[in-house]
Design a protein around this ligand. Structure first.
Ligand code: HGY
Ligand code: MN
Ligand code: MN
Length: 410
């Protein structure tokens, strides 16, 4: 039995209250990074942190950390957390769960007066999703010094907004120093967002690491022309190249086999009109693999395919990287601790890599880090239907609590 008694009701209530911010009316929520909805979500969670008496800091990229008071500055905290920005078709658990469960853990520890030699902290990091501003995990990347603040501030989003301006506009251009002091350890609790735990009936994932991620934006330029008067043999249609690229990506990934995945998630057609052969097609290719050499091979094959398809249509191609992070392995000691705590609590547990990117993959650069997964019903995520059973949410939070308490005593 843990020394701290978590309140499942309070956790579920806060999850519902946060999900109401940016509610999309279909069970999900939309809080794209640094929008007004993101600000409202930030204000709510920061208020909960302050109500708990935590020291709340905001840094220059808008990361927010709540730390227990009463410890010397030099004593590094055991930190947990995740993100509260969402994709536009987000569910209510991705990121939010790890932040609010962390808040619940700290509240339970404080209520029980659990004696710890170092503080606990909970963070939400800016722009984990990367949907509006690339790359993803931007806030945690800056937190660990993986990108200069000035470079991060100058990033322009898909809607033309600049990060620094948006941070200032929503009141989260903070003064806490970057890179931040390294935590003693970091644990991120998160829904799996995939099908494995639910299919197996396993309660907890002891996450061993995160697969490599490659995002690249391609712009294929052809010739805008009249849809009625232009014979097919004279067309240089960039949309055709984009469509053939989608087929090529699927073929390449199928030939490589699991765990390689490939996605064309965003496409913009210019001028995007019913009676105009497009001038250009701009689209993103998201490739991922647990093996970096294979990921590089997939990148090369896709780039080669696009060049070939564009040349065949008399079109030209330019591209730019949006994100590229190599595979990350988490700290074996912390992964083992997650397994041990889960088993002690009578929970089934299995080791697994993460298919999704997470802030933990950045914190792993500066301190012992691991993640705890709980099942996603039908493996659905980045979708309003995203769901995790309350009992699974509670079990994950209790594992988080015990792992953090033990890490605080190491
Ligand atoms: O794309 C990802 O894996 C994460 O949701 N940012
Ligand atoms: Mn997430
Ligand atoms: Mn996500």
């Amino acid at each position: 039995m843990s020394e701290a008694r978590l309140s499942a009701d309070r956790l579920l209530r806060r999850l519902a209250e946060l999900a109401a911010v940016g509610d999309t009316g279909d069970g999900g929520c939309s809080r794209l990074a640094l929008t007004d909805d993101d600000r409202r979500g930030r204000d709510l969670v920061a208020r909960w942190m302050r109500d708990l008496g935590l020291i709340v800091t905001i840094d220059a990229i808008g990361n927010v950390v709540g730390t227990q008071p009463g410890f010397d500055d030099g004593v590094a905290p055991v930190m947990c957390g995740s993100h509260i920005d969402t994709v536009a078709t987000g569910g209510r658990y991705d990121g939010n769960y790890g932040v609010l469960a962390g808040l619940e853990v700290i509240e339970a520890v404080q209520t029980a007066g659990v004696p710890l030699p170092r503080p606990l902290a909970v963070a939400f990091f800016t722009n984990e999703e990367g949907s509006r501003f690339a790359p993803d995990m931007l806030g945690s990347l800056a937190f660990v010094g993986g990108i200069a603040v000035e470079a991060a501030h100058d990033i322009v989003g898909i809607d033309g907004a600049r990060i620094r301006n948006e941070l200032a506009r929503i009141g989260y251009l903070g003064g806490a120093p970057l890179p931040a002091a390294a935590p003693h350890a970091f644990v991120e609790l998160h829904i799996e967002q995939g099908p494995i735990l639910a299919a197996e009936g396993t309660a907890i994932g002891a996450v061993t690491g995160v697969q490599g991620i490659s995002w690249r934006e391609f712009t294929v330029t052809g010739q805008s022309n009249h849809a009625g008067t232009t014979p097919m043999r004279l067309r240089r249609d960039p949309l055709l190249v984009a469509a053939e690229t989608a087929v090529a990506v699927r073929r390449i990934v199928a030939e490589m086999g699991d765990p390689q995945v490939g996605t064309i998630g965003r496409i913009d057609l210019d001028p995007n009109l019913v009676n105009v052969v497009a001038r250009s097609a701009t689209f993103t290719v998201d490739l991922r693999n647990t093996d970096d050499a294979l990921l590089r091979s997939a990148e090369a094959r896709v780039a080669e395919a696009i060049e070939y398809l564009a040349a065949a249509e008399g079109a030209t191609v330019t591209s730019r990287p949006l994100a590229r992070f190599e595979p990350v392995a988490f700290d074996e000691t912390v992964v083992c601790l997650v397994e041990t705590v889960a088993r002690e609590r009578g929970l089934t547990v299995r080791r697994m890599p993460s298919g999704a990117g997470h802030d933990a993959q950045m914190l792993a650069r500066v301190c012992p880090t691991a993640m705890v997964f709980v099942p996603s019903v039908d493996g659905i995520s980045h979708n309003p239907a995203e769901h995790t059973a309350p009992a699974d949410l509670t079990a994950g939070a209790e594992v988080l609590a015990e792992v953090m308490i033990r890490l605080a005593r190491t």
